[in-house]
Ligand binder design. Sequence first.
Ligand SMILES: [Zn+2]
Length: 104
Amino acid sequence: MKSQEVHRERDHRCFRCGKELPAGSLSYITQIRIFAGFDGVLLEPEEGVDQQFNQLLKQVEEANPEDLEKEVYQEFHLILCKSCRDRLVEEIEHPWGNPGRFVH
Ligand SMILES: [Zn+2]
């Protein structure tokens, strides 16, 4: 019987810098979920709620269900190397790059 190499998942690359992340190396999985936000406020209806609702229903009926689903909810799994992960965290924590300039 031919000995078979243990099949590992294909080597991954960092989503951001493209660096190869061979199996066993340190990598980070970033899970991003994007939801359609709803703040509980409906826009002031000009033509009455019923008509607005019917229009919305019509849009839903006409839309491709997959597209519609993507618009409401999407999930990504990105693989990052350590330095890109550190940068991403930095950007999330300090979205303006230089929080020091905001003087209270
Ligand atoms: Zn990277």
